[in-house]
Design a protein around this ligand. Sequence first.
Ligand code: DAT
Ligand code: MG
Length: 146
Amino acid sequence: REVEETYIMVKPDGVQRGLVGEIISRFEKKGFKLTGLKLFQCPKELAEEHYKDLKSRPFFPKLINYITSGPVVCMAWEGVGVVASARKLIGSTDPLQAEPGTRRVSVQTGRNVVHGSDSPENGKREIGLWFKEGDYVSGYQLKHLG
Ligand code: DAT
Ligand code: MG
């Protein structure tokens, strides 16, 4: 397996529920390298570009409203097999998310409150969308990775 990059985003519900530290911790414990991190109020245009493959779906307007309803936490992580590992790491937060009374459609249909890229190609694409030069830094070494 190869060194990949993935885009991870704690959505507004996850920020509200205080899941940010837990998510970061899981990636750090796995030894992945943090290459981007910020709290961000997403403009509508960026949300639409990020989810453009879902544009024709009936829930698209709700999804865009939701993702722009409050700040998200954007992260980029690098590592061997990080795309597939990330989907497992963020999937395992499900029990925390399954609280009743949420306004969020996607939670009601069992979707997660953390986004993770579904392929290395989309990882690169999404990191390019969400980060600008200066808030994405991959050219440094982590001592524990040797
Ligand atoms: P994932 O978030 O697992 O990558 P996706 O890319 O298919 O799933 O969808 C992106 C987001 O769109 C998802 O996190 C929540 C929303 N969504 C997807 N399918 C939905 C549905 N059937 N009803 C409501 N929201 C949905
Ligand atoms: Mg997806």
